[in-house]
Ligand binder design. Sequence first.
Ligand SMILES: [Fe+2]
Length: 284
Amino acid sequence: MINYDITPIAGACGAEIHGMDLSRDLDEEAVDAIRAALLDHLVVFFPDQTLTPDQQIAFGQRFGELDIDRFVVPMEGHPEMMVLIKEPDETVNFARIWHSDVTFQERPAMGSILYAVEVPPYGGDTMWANEYLAYDALSAGMKKLLGGLRAVHSARGGYGKAVLNKRYDQTKRSMKIYRDRDHIAEQEVTHPVVRTHPETGRKALYVNGAYTERFEGMTAEESKPILQYLYQHSIRPEFTCRFRWTQGAVAFWDNRAAMHYPINDYHGSRREMRRITICGDQPA
Ligand SMILES: [Fe+2]
């Protein structure tokens, strides 16, 4: 029997879970409780953890198979582990647009687990947005329109030919990405614009400014006004929560119904995070 408590940090999403040590072998009851809290709150936080890369990986594997990122060079010896570093003299942070992880994949991530190794004294918070609420708040007419649409996603904007050299200069940046995979970034997949969550059955808005390019069967120009509206709408403050990181904190979020945004307001300080990503299913 575990003794833990769950405290929401905002009305829309996000809850802290106290009383669990993620470095230990969690029993089924604890894993079930975390999964239930994730479905309820979309992102759960575990402050004051101490995790080796192997322990973080073992924790993630309790929730599914881990994804290996195709673009970011992983931690040596740990292909599942992404190390996100911003040095004090760097100005660009990783994935600095509201997004859900790896929606350019046929099967985007179910969840992501981020562990804070080193955090700035202030700044560097992350925000999440509840896309069930974003969908629910749309008009009946807009829901009907979007319900019949699929959208094209690709990694082109982050890792494609046009941006690769400019954004990821290997000599300057602490985060390394593969140089020879820009052709993979050009691949396109389509996902429904409104996604039905496979576990809760609820509908969530499922487009993001990082990887969504256009509606299927429409040009980018035709799609842009509605997509721009949806990007604005999907991150209304009342749909969000904001987490202030402390060293050792872990965040575990559900990419199927939440988006996130890393705030880049800590120039001059170092930040180091470790991320693993849990494989998901094909959006329906
Ligand atoms: Fe992300």
